[in-house]
Design a protein around this ligand. Sequence first.
Ligand code: URA
Ligand code: SF4
Length: 211
Amino acid sequence: MNAEETLAQIAGEVAVCKNCALHKTREKSVPGEGPFNSEIMFIGEGPGANENKQGRPFVGAAGNFLNQLLAEAGLKREEVWIGNVVKCRPPENRDPLPEELSACNLYLERQMAAINPSIIVTLGRFSMGKFMEGVKISAVHGEMRKVGDRFVIPMFHPAAALHQPQLKSTILADFAKLPQLLDVARKELGKSALVAKVEESDEESKRLNLF
Ligand code: URA
Ligand code: SF4
């Protein structure tokens, strides 16, 4: 199965999933959307009221703000993948419970494996918690770090930032830094491949007694 087929398969499974109690109150599950080969994945928390009705991520007020943030970073919404750690709406937009996060986790894992992005931008603390333990979002927001062979950048959640002037200017500033961070990540990931090649050719030169 190629990446595109895998994503479609996961969306099909999520549509009928009953692995946690959230299935009982959902209208539509929200698998996430975006190109199968996205370089960047944006991962939020869970669907809200609008997402639950439409089956698409970030289509309400938080979504409009996310679109603005993406534009701030020079990114088009169509060129990135956008999804959530839980695929069904928690009632009254409450926080997802630990058992719901773990029940839904494998879908996101499979989506990440299929897309294989270089960079993951987490939106809010639940998605950050998947990649980093024991850190506070207020301390690490906007800072990129390597997790395995990818880079992860934790951001505040757009819905939280939207209504708090201080957070709003912070998240805008963090997104404005994204192009630079993306450059660093690309260089770092590209560089390791390049360094390996250079070392190889050094070895080859030595072997051929060219030095
Ligand atoms: N908030 C989220 O975390 N995800 C959505 O899809 C919409 C709002
Ligand atoms: Fe299944 Fe995830 Fe929906 Fe729970 S939230 S029912 S695990 S798709």
